[in-house]
Design a protein around this ligand. Structure first.
Ligand SMILES: NC(=O)c1ccc[n+]([C@@H]2O[C@H](COP(=O)([O-])OP(=O)(O)OC[C@H]3O[C@@H](n4cnc5c(N)ncnc54)[C@H](O)[C@@H]3O)[C@@H](O)[C@H]2O)c1
Ligand SMILES: O=C(O)[C@H](O)[C@H](O)COP(=O)(O)O
Length: 387
């Protein structure tokens, strides 16, 4: 088999080399010629997969090690009988870690607690649903807008209500251009104007869910609004005027945890095994050097006792602090005359980041409560009572 794979897919050789030749390529530069005689194509979000790329190729299966699928013409693949799988949920924990770090930063700016904020979540699937569960466990008031959901146990409401009544609005929809509730430019000028005074808008879904020109226009009129953008309508090009105006800027790395990226590769491998009817002879556990995936041990002495809110924020920052990514992006894009290349380089050379589950906690019993478990930290029950 010939397997053409995005060069930024960790462990792709380890998973697939027993199947044939693995040819790594830069995701933005994959050509129809390169895939003409390939059997398998493995991509990330930056490769457009459609008739133009695969019309003349032998590819039988496409795997995308991503949650989002807006870069793939799934209908065309289906019509051609080409198999496809993305990696649903693979990096959801990392995106929630990013959002919680943004919220922790907002709490510092406002000198408030997390529980004092009301958070509106637009799109409550793998990412938004997980965010809702974690925030609820910490006592944060949430509202959800998701027209595809009908669940009496969720605080579902209209988009307008989410916009008007939340201190923070966090976007977690896919990018869609058709269907009953398309999300392309879902947040335009009139929606931005509905945001409450001093609100924070977070976009870590897809850039074009927010209309960039409208955002710039409204921000000029409303200096009270705060914005955190991980995704950009024109990426890898970033409008430097917008970059200067937003409060937290990151280069589409919300989902870039070590675990999330490895899970993405493993999930497309598993889907390809099912498609080609081959045994799953590799697992992540076998392939990873043990110490790298092992949990980091931490015992927390919390006397005087800290609230879950404060302790969660402190522990969360041991693993991830969005302000570091923001600083790196501003420094490197500001000093560059090649914005798109620098944006991609920031992503390619992203430092290793671990998910909350990698931190195994032992410490004072009451502090290691349900709230910290809900945040995804691993609680070590054996030692819980001993410290
Ligand atoms: N920034 C990053 O690094 C990063 C990482 C992972 C995912 N993402 C993006 O986040 C998106 C969401 O991820 P997910 O795993 O939660 O996907 P998901 O498919 O599990 O959930 C998406 C949810 O959005 C809802 N939705 C669809 N249209 C809507 C609309 N018009 N209004 C409100 N809700 C709507 C759906 O009903 C669904 O519940 C992905 O499609 C991807 O584009 C970004
Ligand atoms: O949809 C996703 O999973 C993420 O947005 C995606 O993984 C971002 O990273 P990329 O695939 O562009 O490397």
């Amino acid at each position: 088999m010939k397997i053409v794979a995005d060069e930024n897919m960790p462990l792709v050789r380890e998973f697939f080399s027993a199947w044939g030749e693995v040819v790594p390529v830069a995701g933005r530069e994959i050509t129809a010629d390169q895939v003409a005689d390939a059997d398998l194509l493995l991509v990330r979000s930056i490769t457009r997969v459609d008739k133009a790329l695969l019309g003349q190729s032998a590819v039988r299966f496409v795997g995308s090690a991503t949650i989002g699928t807006d870069h793939v013409d799934r209908q065309w693949l289906q019509q051609q009988g080409i198999g496809f799988s993305a990696a649903p949920g693979c990096n959801a924990a990392a995106v929630v870690q990013y959002v919680l770090s943004v919220l922790a930063t907002l709490c510092d700016w406002r000198q408030c607690t997390l529980a004092s904020l009301s958070v509106g979540i637009v799109g409550a699937g793998n990412v938004g649903g997980r965010l809702y569960r974690q925030l609820s466990a910490l006592g944060v008031e949430c509202r959800i807008n998701d027209p595809f959901l009908e669940d009496p146990n969720l605080p579902l409401c209209s988009l307008d209500e989410v916009l008007e009544r939340s201190d923070v609005v966090s976007l977690h929809t896919p990018l869609t251009r058709s269907g009953p509730f398309p999300t392309w430019h879902l947040i335009g000028e009139s929606q931005l104007e509905r945001l409450s005074t001093g609100a924070l808008l977070i976009n870590s879904g897809r850039g074009a869910v927010v209309e960039q020109a409208a955002l710039l226009k409204v921000l000029n009129r409303r200096p009270d609004l705060r914005v955190a953008l991980d995704v950009w309508e024109t990426e890898p090009d970033v409008d430097l005027t917008l970059l200067e105006r937003v409060d937290l800027a990151t280069p589409h790395i919300a989902g870039y945890s070590l675990e999330g990226r490895l899970r993405g590769t493993e999930m497309v491998y598993q889907a390809a095994c099912a498609f080609f009817d081959r045994p799953q002879s590799c697992t992540l556990q076998q392939l990873m050097p043990r110490p790298l995936l092992q949990a980091l041990q931490l015992s927390c002495d919390t006397s005087p006792p800290e609230s879950d809110d404060a302790l969660g924020r402190r522990l969360g920052r041991l693993l991830y602090d969005v302000r570091e990514d923001d600083l790196r992006m501003r420094q490197q894009l500001g000093a560059s005359d090649q914005v798109a290349l620098t944006f991609d380089r920031l992503r390619k050379n992203y430092p290793m980041r671990r998910e909350n589950s990698s931190l195994s906690l032992s410490g004072a019993g009451s502090a290691l409560s349900a709230g910290l478990q809900a945040l995804g930290f691993t609680i070590n029950p054996d030692k819980e009572e001993s410290l």
